[in-house]
Design a binder for this molecule. Sequence first.
Ligand code: PLP
Length: 367
Amino acid sequence: MNFIELTRQYEAYKTEIDRRMAAVINGSRFIMGEEVAELETKLADFVGANYGIGCASGTDALVLSLMTYDLQPGDEIITTPFTFFATGEAIALLKAKPVFIDIRPDTYNIDPAKIPAAITSRTRGIIAVDIFGQCADYDEINTIARSKKLFVIEDAAQSLGAEYKGRKAGNLADIGCTSFFPAKPLGCFGDGGMIFTNDEAKAKLLRSLRMHGSGGNKYDNVRVGLNSRLDTLQAAILLAKFAHFPEEIHLRNGKAEIYNARLPQTIQRPVVLEHNIPVWAQYSIRVKKREQLQKFLTTNNIPTAIHYPKPLHLQPAFAALGYKAGAFPVTESICAEILALPMSPFLLPEEQKLIIDRMGFYFKLSG
Ligand SMILES: *Cc1c(COP(=O)(O)O)cnc(C)c1O
């Protein structure tokens, strides 16, 4: 059993993936081939946004998005400390300052009630993260942002395919950023990302920024940008996989329901808010003495993962920001207890039964 069953997925869609890849290779259309625009249109339609802009990774999606706001050194961006490093990294890379606030104890997403107190005269925007594939509270976040003239970026790296009040993740803020890293809900065979927006001017700017700040043509550079295109090969693979994506989301929700119903009652399960449909990038439980349980599961050949053992405000790279342990008690207690169980559309019923049985055995023993 693997934590995420990528090989099984490839075997299931092999004919179509191979056909799509061969078409790119035979045409040698490696950079900005027609598959890129096809995927941009398909995914923008899927999330309900006017524009999709492919780029080289989820991290670059965040960097490029921030580049459209003309940040000045010392500008502040409010975000969550309970996320993958890239969320804070993108802010710091542009010489802005990540300002962390604590998260909700139920969904592990940024706590909107804590935003107002964090706003200063230097605050420019908010990056909310849809952690583990469940959307943050965008109605509250966007309302606060609008009243203070701040921008909102949705880090939807884990949530493509999720829904919030009937609307799709990736299209819940001014700009949405997603990732096609292989382990994400819609993953490619390497790195890739996409940016969604409804703002035509931003879309145009993003298309320029991802291609060396190009103007009218490739050798006309009107601004300083990046080399951050989505490879045609990756777009082709994603097109083949995307045909199965709605079914995969359905399967993920089915696996989550089985965990919810059958895991030992003492285990703290993920909390899903009524208006949310998550895409279950992770199915994470909370347990005291996590390392002991993890060791037991490893001995039983059940892979697990910890997202995330260390919050961003305590990362050495952000030491200069001056945060101390204890700054964000909710985040820190969750970092100490969170444990992700195997989750993928290709997790077999007998494998999931084994996981649940072993967990039952363990908690009977440990009381
Ligand atoms: C994976 C991830 C990213 C970065 O995506 P890459 O494609 O790996 O660069 C950013 N934010 C979050 C929340 C992520 O999970």
